[in-house]
Every structure is written in structure tokens, then in C-alpha cells.
Design a protein around this ligand. Structure first.
Ligand code: ADP
Ligand code: MG
Length: 300
């Protein structure tokens, strides 16, 4: 039987693409982080990221054009924030059914433009095609000072793991449509405390933490009682639901002590980086250690 995509999964496919991809000059970091890192000017790197949203997969028309446009740009901005950078320029490509009401298309752009204005992003181009379903793809450039770049691969044993907000039930609560990408938090962190690793939580805490562990070649212990839950969310939902778009980052212990939540930002310590052989463990509320595999947490 011929191998199908579902046999290797999204990350399996990306790994094949990564292995086959060439590396051009000026590529500091290609496939494998939240954004590509490219040589820039004046002590800065360029960051480049793209995300695609499709009707029926990531949104439905009933959610409204404005929210859909907001989400399409916000998830890109979140990836730039996850590198320690600021967003700058975007191109927006959009596939629309000819029968779509003009106002709906305009509302998509109202959502994009409002967020673009808030974070200083200029929309400088794009592409428009016809299709039976709405699809939006945005590519976003950003910049980061070389000294402020944070990759997924820098976490070290002893570091404390933090998240920037509550997790779980993003779809049920509408957070996936109206979230604020954590640019201000990221700027505060990279300027004051230099996180060792950072990622945005788009696929769920467990999956995205594992990306950090793999890239950093380390293990981790999470403390269930410390994981901030969105109202009504279960621990399992906080660990596995996607699209919270909070940042997960690691700080050496000494820096972690200096990290203060303020009126504007809240940072939640949820665990610790340990040596690689430990894998990913969860300490539940009774103090029991559970080991995590791809299917979830299980006892030893
Ligand atoms: P994120 O959730 O942060 O957007 P993804 O999990 O989508 O990241 O992607 C992981 C990495 O793989 C990123 O570096 C991304 O640019 C890259 N990637 C994803 N899909 C493709 C593709 N079709 N071709 C090349 N690179 C890809
Ligand atoms: Mg990301």
C-alpha cells in the first residue's frame, strides 16, 4: 500500500521537507523554529514566518470576517514574538468564493488592519484568487536585535519553564479568534531577562514543550498544580488543546527569581528543565510522577 500523509503526520512531513531543503547564504536558522532567521543589517536579524488558515479547518464564516482577519495576522505576529522580535511588513494572500459578500471580504481586512496598526505592521502586498472555500495566507517579516534572538534550542537543565497566560479551551472560549499576540511580554523578557528558549503554544502545551525539549536536547518536569487553567478547562485540555498562542519560555534560576509579574503581564512558572534522559514528566496534584508519551501521560 502506498504511504499516505497521515502515516507520517504533519511533523513527519515537515522533517522530510527540512532534510531535502538546501540552505542558501545568509540563512542563520531555516526550517525548525517559529520563524526563519536571516542575516540583516546593523546588528539585527530579519525574521520571516507564514501561516495559512482555511475555512472549515481553522474557522467558519459564522465567526465573522473581522475575527478571521485578526486571527490570520495574529498567529504570524505570535511567531515573531516567540523569536524575541517585532513584526514589520506583511503580504496577504487570499482565496475567496465569487459569491462571497463584499462586506465579508472587507471585514477580513478590517481585522487584519486593526491588528497591523496596533503592532506597527505595514501590509505591502499579497495575491487574490478564486476558490470554493476561503483561505488566507499571511507571510510576515520581523526584526530582532542579534543579542535578543531566542531560539527553541537553548533550554538548559535547571532552567525554570514559564507560560504567559492560561491554557485550554481556546476554541470553546473564542480566544483562538481574539487573542493578543504576546509581543510586549516578549520584548520585556528579551530586554530584561534573556530567556534561554521560547516558543508560542499553537499546538498545545505538551506538543510545543516537546519541540523545545527536542531542539534543546533536554527533559522537563511539569507541576500540574502550577499550570494556569482557563476557566472550566481541565488539566488535559490545558496540556493538549491548541491555539492558546501564549508564549512558553525558559529562564535560568537566577533570572527566574528576578521575573516579576506586573499589572500588565503575568508569568506563570510551570516546571523545570532537567537532563535529557528524564524525558517529559508531569507531577500530579498528589505528588505522583507520570511519564508522558505522545498519547498523553501515563504511570511508569
Ligand atoms: P509554528 O506552529 O510555529 O507555525 P510549524 O509547526 O507550523 O510552526 O512549523 C515548524 C517549522 O516547519 C517552521 O520552521 C516552519 O517554517 C516549517 N514548515 C512548516 N511547513 C512547512 C513547509 N510546507 N515547507 C517548509 N517548511 C515548513
Ligand atoms: Mg510557533
Amino acid at each position: 500500500m502506498k504511504k499516505k500523509l497521515f502515516h507520517i503526520g504533519e511533523f513527519g512531513l515537515i522533517e522530510l521537507i527540512r532534510k531535502a531543503a538546501g540552505r542558501g547564504p545568509g540563512v542563520v536558522r531555516g526550517i525548525g523554529d517559529d520563524a526563519a532567521v536571516l542575516e540583516g543589517t546593523k546588528g539585527e536579524y530579519l525574521l520571516l514566518t507564514t501561516d495559512m488558515l482555511a475555512e472549515g479547518v481553522h474557522f467558519t464564516r459564522s465567526m465573522g470576517g473581522r475575527a478571521i482577519g485578526h486571527k490570520a495576522l495574529a498567529c504570524n505576529v505570535s511567531d515573531i514574538a516567540a523569536m524575541g522580535g517585532r513584526p514589520t511588513y506583511a503580504v496577504v494572500s487570499i482565496a475567496l468564493p465569487p459569491s462571497l459578500e463584499l462586506a465579508f471580504a472587507q471585514n477580513i481586512y478590517a481585522g487584519i488592519n486593526a491588528l497591523a496598526k496596533r503592532f506597527g505592521v505595514a501590509i505591502v502586498g499579497g495575491d487574490t484568487i478564486k476558490s470554493s472555500k476561503i483561505v488566507i495566507n499571511i507571510a510576515l517579516l520581523g526584526t530582532v536585535k542579534k543579542s535578543e534572538l531566542v531560539l527553541r534550542g537553548g533550554a538548559r537543565p535547571g532552567d525554570i519553564i514559564f507560560v504567559t497566560g492560561t491554557l485550554g479551551r481556546s476554541f470553546q472560549t473564542g480566544k483562538h479568534l481574539n487573542f493578543t499576540p504576546r509581543v510586549l511580554e516578549s520584548q520585556y523578557l528579551v530586554k530584561k531577562l534573556r530567556p534561554t528558549a521560547m516558543i508560542d503554544i499553537s499546538d498545545g502545551l505538551a506538543t510545543d514543550l516537546q519541540h523545545v525539549l527536542k531542539a534543546s536536547r533536554v527533559g522537563a518536569i511539569l507541576y500540574a498544580v502550577q499550570i494556569p487553567l482557563t476557566a472550566k478547562a481541565t488539566l488535559k485540555e490545558a496540556l493538549t488543546d491548541g491555539e492558546d498562542f501564549e508564549l512558553l519560555f525558559t529562564l535560568p534560576k537566577a533570572q527566574a527569581k528576578r521575573l516579576q509579574s506586573s499589572r500588565h503581564f503575568r508569568f506563570y512558572p510551570i516546571g523545570q528543565i532537567v537532563k535529557p534522559s528524564a524525558g517529559l514528566k508531569l507531577v500530579d496534584k498528589s505528588g505522583q510522577r507520570l511519564k508522558m508519551d505522545l498519547k498523553g501521560f501515563r504511570h511508569f
